[in-house]
Design a protein around this ligand. Structure first.
Ligand SMILES: [Zn+2]
Length: 159
């Protein structure tokens, strides 16, 4: 027996192995294929679960592909970006403004940066968008997580 030094060595070795694994996982050689795999999966989901003519289930909007013919069960919250594809429903799409598309475009760039690592990293950041680093980076107000600026006070009727 090595009198207590073993666990320390394994711990250091474990941390070093984790560091090497994370460095490799976040290398563009891994993240870019992961981004394209996620984009392909998002596009396939948008086409397979969408409604209406197949050729209208996926379209380009700026740097995003948008699949906005999905039923509400097919995505999270008001919409979900998977790779470069924003998944949402017709009802949500009718309410979405430019700010939300800009927010989702930031998520697309996060997918490009982290590849498939985006999935565990996003989940580890927590479900509460107000404390999730990815939602904060994308903009909480643009994502609809904060109330917008207060509406102007109604004008008082002339007396
Ligand atoms: Zn978001």
């Amino acid at each position: 027996m090595n009198a207590g030094r073993g666990p320390v060595r394994r711990s250091r070795l474990g941390r070093a192995a984790l560091r090497v694994a994370l460095t490799a996982a976040l290398h563009p050689a891994c993240t870019i294929p992961g981004y394209w795999l996620a984009t392909g999966a998002g596009a396939a989901w948008g086409i397979l679960a969408g409604h209406g003519p197949v050729c209208e289930r996926l379209r380009r909007r700026g740097e995003l592909l948008v699949a906005d013919t999905l039923p509400p069960w097919a995505f999270g919250r008001g919409g979900t970006t998977v790779g470069g594809v924003f998944l949402t429903s017709p009802a949500q799409a009718a309410r979405i403004g430019e700010a939300v598309y800009a927010h989702e475009a930031v998520h697309r760039r996060q997918w490009r940066r982290f590849g498939l690592g985006m999935i565990p990293l996003y989940l580890a950041a927590g479900r509460d968008p107000l404390h999730n680093r990815f939602e904060i980076e994308a903009g909480l107000e643009a994502g609809g997580y904060l109330p917008g600026p207060p509406a102007p006070a109604p004008e008082r009727p002339a007396t």
